[in-house]
Design a binder for this molecule. Structure first.
Ligand SMILES: Cc1cc2nc3c(=O)[nH]c(=O)nc-3n(C[C@H](O)[C@H](O)[C@H](O)COP(=O)(O)OP(=O)(O)OC[C@H]3O[C@@H](n4cnc5c(N)ncnc54)[C@H](O)[C@@H]3O)c2cc1C
Length: 473
């Protein structure tokens, strides 16, 4: 049976929004405001974007037009040519589609770190309400908090990352086994599609022309030249990636047609570069919604593999999102359970096979060629396979004097190089290597009771030679 299509004004949408929205300040709506402002920060799409839906509904309720604003600063952590390119290429696609979808969308590029024009503040000064994305990582929650404290009107932060509305979970979940049954109760409902539409009143040219912002005309701009002019890390170059919804759809279609039938088995082979969906960067930047991905995969059949995929895309991804939303220490040792600290303390003086500095690790110059190949995959391609990612993370625990250093190195490398880095799943995945969401295992030197994973044994489980040959020194 086809699921019903909910209108934007339906009770279903209202209930979803109530569970996804946090009012970020105590300031009232400004009735004399000229428009509702949607400040696009982490959900870089027009479809299935709950913050945009909230902004459209506010605009209609107040009888105001809607302005969609996206900006890009050089000041976010790990700002680089690689990340800027993905964002700008997608923004170009958004700009090209905005008008036909009925949205007034603008993009402003801040090139210099000392540029203090504060575009969003100036736009907010004329707004009735600002709606933005609620996203716990990539510095967005902090930026939203600072902005909301200054804003002259109400600011709503709306989460669109998860399939399940984040408010459905009332506390930090312990593990996949605790979140799974809670997800199962509401997943089908959460997947029911909604009919997106623009606000009823269009933003008049009079307002658009008077906004006094330096919009980047993405259609005409030379993106490489624009990026070269930004004060960001030019040593992390762009990688091959078809940024945007069209690229995400192409990946998803190819995955469903060629990989899904054998996904449950193929996802364990790192040398098989088509063995998983490789959708994580699209999901991270919010270029496609996870709900759309899951609906498409379910419709493609292949029950066993689809179930496995669903467990990754929903259980593990929502668990990581819940962790980051609920636990402000998700990037620190404090985010780990107590048993981890006890066991790390008990084993802090155990003899290590090697100790490596951040520079040696970053340069892929350890004694283990499989680990080095994984690091090179990350640095060169902006991606790392899930299997090698687990081994990569666990191994650094063995090669640093303190687990604090291991955690800091991994977060740094992952967020600096991975296209899907700076995501809730980055922190969920890395902290999992240190025992998060897991239970104590048997006591071993250096590992303590953290679940061990051995690079040597991994070589027997997949084609390590083929993988290493893909990323030579
Ligand atoms: C040390 C370490 C670091 C990681 N860092 C990141 C990261 O920065 N960004 C990131 O998105 N994922 C991260 N993961 C999780 C996982 O490795 C990637 O999501 C997955 O490899 C992405 O490839 P894919 O899109 O082909 O996955 P598929 O197998 O096709 O899975 C589909 C989607 O499910 C989600 N997913 C899959 N596995 C996980 C998982 N274990 N946890 C949470 N979500 C998952 C992703 O959104 C993924 O795109 C990390 C895991 C580890 C162990």
């Amino acid at each position: 049976m086809r699921p019903r299509l909910h209108s934007l004004d339906s009770d279903h949408v209202r209930d979803q929004l109530a569970q996804r929205t946090v009012v970020a300040n105590g300031v009232r709506t400004q009735p004399e405001g000229e428009y509702v402002l949607y400040w696009m920060q982490s959900t870089h799409r027009f479809e299935e974007n709950w913050a945009l839906r909230q902004a459209v509904l506010h605009a209609d309720r107040l009888g105001k037009p809607l302005l969609v604003h996206q900006g890009l600063d050089p000041t976010y952590a790990h700002a680089s040519d690689r990340i800027h390119t993905v964002i700008l290429e997608n923004a170009r696609a958004l700009q090209r589609r905005a008008e036909s979808l009925g949205f007034r969308y603008q993009f402003v590029l801040r090139r210099r770190r000392d540029d203090d024009r504060r575009v969003v503040d100036r736009l907010a000064a004329r707004a009735a309400i600002v709606v933005t994305d609620r996203f716990p990582t990539a510095g967005i929650a902090e930026r939203t908090g600072r902005f909301a404290g200054r804003a002259p009107c109400r600011v709503d932060a709306v989460e669109s990352h998860g399939i399940i509305a984040s408010g459905h979970f009332v506390k930090e979940e312990y593990a996949a086994r605790t979140i799974r049954p809670k997800i199962a109760k509401v997943l089908d409902l959460a997947l029911e599609p909604v009919e997106d539409r623009p606000a009823k009143r269009a933003l008049p040219d009079r307002i658009w022309d008077s906004l006094e912002v330096e919009r980047l005309d993405l259609d005409r701009a030379d993106l490489a030249a624009e990026i070269a002019a930004c004060e960001i890390d030019h040593a992390v170059p762009p990688v091959a990636f078809a940024s945007g919804l069209a690229g995400a759809h192409a990946r998803l279609d190819r995955f469903c047609a060629h990989t899904l039938p054998d996904y449950a088995a193929r996802r364990n082979e790192p040398s098989d570069s088509d063995g998983s969906s490789r959708l994580s960067p699209y999901l991270h930047f919010g270029q496609i919604s996870a709900a759309e991905v899951l609906r498409t995969v379910r419709a493609a059949g292949h029950e066993e593999s689809a179930r496995k995929f669903e467990d990754e895309l929903v259980t593990w991804r929502e668990l990581a999102l819940n962790f980051c939303l609920m636990n402000p220490d998700h990037g620190k040792l404090k985010g780990l359970p107590d048993w981890v600290h006890r066991t790390m303390d008990a084993h802090k003086d155990d003899e290590r096979e090697a100790i490596y500095t951040r520079e040696v690790l970053e340069g892929a110059r350890t004694h283990d060629e499989l680990w080095n190949a994984a690091q090179r995959e990350l640095v060169r391609t902006g991606f790392m396979h899930n299997v090698t990612r687990m081994l990569w993370g666990k191994s650094v625990l063995l090669w640093t004097r303190r687990y604090k250093h291991a955690l800091e190195h991994l977060i740094h490398f992952n967020n600096k190089y991975a296209l899907d880095g700076r995501d809730p799943s980055s922190y969920g995945g890395i902290q999992w290597c240190f025992g998060k969401f897991d239970r104590p295992w048997f006591d071993k030197p250096v590992w303590g009771v953290i679940r061990p994973m051995s690079l040597a044994r991994a070589r027997e489980k997949f084609d390590a030679e083929a993988y290493m040959s893909m990323f030579p020194a």
